[in-house]
Unconditional design. Structure first.
Length: 465
């Protein structure tokens, strides 16, 4: 037998000090990687979590080979010479984690006869755990008998299967475990005298997967749909990262069914995303390439397409040419938007709305232009979200208006009572201004006693006193 760096992959004597420690670590003192609500339920939403958890545990405890190489056929070849025993071989091996079939439980029960019974590869009921014998070449004729190499291989497989079964039940939620244990007769093997009882790990896995995984075709359609939804824009238009994502998904699909998502369909989906690139020259290049491919003028596979597109993208990026280029349509839309905005401003000036000459004069008389920062509320712990600016304290007040719509802004007065007093001063000042205009003596008529000259003006119909 070979020697592995992972002790669980090889045979070890379960009665030795080392063997007892290994079994305790794997079974009796096993630390489940999932706890509480994180444990596996028998719902399809937990399928990927189940797959990942089983794979990690299998690699750690050495039973991954058993899962990835389960035989599904038994071939009996007559001996080379008359009287020679027949040669039995097991083949057509599958990875149980990646192979979906309605008869997986039956396959595992047939395989279990190799580990626990007579290698007949026939489902048995009851499932009798066979003792190792000299007749089968598993024990020597010593007293007490010792295991031969063949016997050690059987014991290794039994230990790995036992550990696997224990781990699988441990990672299940209580209700899921109870549901699986209702089918225990499918995976339980008992000795003829009833003293020994063991569980076959692969059959337990197949029972769980029959509940968690949907039919492989439905699952495959779901996986293919995921690839189609991966967009170049999701990766900041980084072509290389986009290809890494879709290649990983394609590999997973091909492992399950190489014919489910053909390379031609994959190429078509790649072209669709390349045509969404923000660089016009890149986009046009692959529009032309796709047209030639569809017309049968060039032969393209997914690997070559991704290699060439990655190289083209890398060259453009290194040369500083991977920049968004606006086409004629985008430029027309931008110009139309600007024209509309200018037209609205002109109409506003003609109609005498805010930003008329008189108000501009008022505005320029103090601070020049309205400071846009006053419209941005700062959520801090200060009272009325107070901020200090240019040596002044400014408070957020929600009682002001912009284009006849209520609009909060920073002012030198506080909201509530402060705003009411400010409004009174403003109204008083306006009343004084109207009187001046009516008498034609604006320059000589004083403002009301309780009104002061405005200290700041706003182009959005808000005057700060």
């Amino acid at each position: 037998m070979s020697i592995s760096l992972n002790r669980y992959r090889d045979y070890f004597d379960p009665s030795s000090k080392e063997g007892i420690a290994l079994i305790n670590n794997a079974i009796y003192n096993f630390q489940c990687p999932l706890e509480g609500a994180d444990k596996i339920t028998l719902q399809s939403k937990d399928a990927q979590k189940l797959h990942d958890t089983v794979l990690r545990l299998a690699t750690q405890f050495g039973y991954d080979f058993m899962i990835k190489n389960m035989p599904t056929t038994r071939v009996v070849t007559p001996g080379a010479n008359p009287g020679d025993p027949p040669v039995i071989t097991f083949g057509n091996r599958i990875n149980l984690l990646e192979t979906y079939a309605a008869n997986n439980i039956e396959r595992c029960r047939r395989n279990a006869t190799i580990i626990w019974n007579d290698s007949s590869f026939v489902e048995q009921q009851p499932q009798v755990l066979r003792a190792l014998t000299q007749a089968n070449g598993e024990l020597t004729n010593h007293n007490p008998p010792r295991l031969t190499d063949a016997g050690k291989e059987v014991m290794r497989d039994r230990l790995q299967s036992k550990i696997m079964a224990h781990h699988l039940l441990e990672i299940l939620s209580p209700s899921a475990r109870q549901a699986v244990e209702l089918q225990s007769k499918l995976y339980t093997w008992k000795s003829a005298d009833g003293r020994e009882e063991e569980m076959d790990g692969l059959t337990v896995l197949a029972v769980i997967y029959s509940r968690v995984r949907p039919h492989y075709k439905i699952d495959m359609f779901s996986e293919i749909e995921k690839v189609k939804k991966i967009a170049l824009s999701q990766f900041g238009n980084d072509v290389a990262q986009y290809f890494d994502a879709v290649k990983n998904q394609k590999i997973l699909i091909d492992q399950k069914d190489p014919m489910a998502y053909t390379d031609e369909a994959f190429v078509r989906d790649i072209f669709k995303q390349l045509r969404q690139a923000p660089v016009e020259s890149f986009k046009l290049e692959y529009e032309r390439t796709e047209t030639q491919w569809l017309m049968g003028k060039v032969v393209i596979d997914s690997a070559s397409l991704m290699d060439e597109a990655t190289l083209y993208y890398t060259n453009l990026k290194e040369a500083g040419d991977w920049k968004a280029e606006h086409g004629d349509k985008e430029q027309i839309i931008a110009l139309s938007t600007q024209l509309k905005q200018l037209t609205e401003q002109l109409n506003s000036m003609k109609a005498g709305k805010p930003s008329t000459n008189s108000e501009v004069k008022k505005e320029s008389s103090s601070t020049g232009k309205f400071e846009e920062w006053r419209l941005i509320k700062v959520d801090n712990k200060e009272e009325h979200n107070m901020v200090e600016r240019d040596g002044k304290k400014w408070y957020w007040c929600d009682e002001h208006y912009r284009d006849n719509k209520k609009c909060g802004m920073y002012c030198t007065h506080t909201p509530g009572e402060g705003h009411i007093k400010w409004q009174e001063r403003k109204n008083s000042w306006k009343k004084g201004q109207k009187s001046e205009n009516a008498t034609g003596a604006a320059s000589s008529t004083p403002a009301p006693a309780n009104a002061s000259k405005p200290t700041a003006y706003c182009s959005i119909r808000c005057i700060e006193f």
